[in-house]
Design a protein around this ligand. Structure first.
Ligand code: SF4
Ligand code: FES
Length: 210
């Protein structure tokens, strides 16, 4: 059956377990419902998929072709075979983790995953030490859930980071703390700067960008 032509339920397998998914669901969503662990740091069920951390890689065989896909955006279809921990998946996930370690070497979630995958240190030089892995959860939550648009990505390449527009204290920030709550690496702190600091004219809820 062509994967474009089905509707309703799709029967398929994840790690040889027979599962059911529904049109429009992703592999990651079905895996989570089934209690199958796939690491995923840039995904949140309340937000549009972003697919940047690449930790959620799995191997999918569909129409006799096997390839690596990001499970947070790959939609299920009848008869696909999903493998979450093949040698190829593990090798690629380890490489991703080494890159994340170079960005956030002190983040507990990254250190824990690295340990699980037997990585003691990254072969890559330290890129930044602000614990931010650029997953975009904070930016998307501020935009899509709160509607404040108080923070965004700034700069490119190794200088890319999250902050308020033009690096000024953001008048749009309502101090809700959603970005702090949703950040997987604890890279954000919310400071109450209602008490004036010398030389700083701050919004009552100053956002401290990583
Ligand atoms: S500050 Fe946290 S939530 Fe925001 S992009 Fe960085 S790691 Fe993701
Ligand atoms: S959770 Fe899929 S790429 Fe991040």
């Amino acid at each position: 059956m062509s994967h474009q032509e089905w509707s309703g339920e799709a029967k398929f397998t994840i790690d040889d377990k027979e599962v059911i998914g529904y049109k429009g669901e992703t592999i990651l969503e079905v895996a989570r419902r089934e209690g199958i662990n796939i690491p995923a740091l840039c995904h949140h069920e309340a937000l549009e998929p972003y697919a940047v951390c690449r930790l959620c890689l799995v191997e999918v065989t569909a129409d006799k072709r096997t390839r690596l896909v990001t499970s947070c955006i790959y939609e299920v279809a009848p008869d696909i075979e999903v493998k979450t921990s093949t040698e190829k998946v593990t090798r690629n996930r380890k490489a991703v983790l080494e890159l994340l370690l170079a960005r956030a070497p002190d983040a507990p979630v990254i250190r824990k995953l690295a340990k699980e995958y037997g990585i003691e240190r990254s072969r890559y030089p330290l890129i930044k030490n602000d614990n931010c892995i650029l997953c975009g959860l904070c930016v998307r939550a501020c935009n899509e859930i709160i509607g404040a648009n108080a923070i965004g990505f700034i700069d490119r390449g190794t200088e890319r980071h999250v902050g308020p527009p033009i690096e000024r204290l953001s008048e749009r920030c309502i101090g809700c703390g959603t970005c702090v709550y949703i950040c997987p690496t604890a890279a954000i702190t919310l400071a109450d700067v209602s008490k004036p600091m010398p030389g700083v004219h701050a919004h009552p809820h100053d956002y401290e960008a990583p």
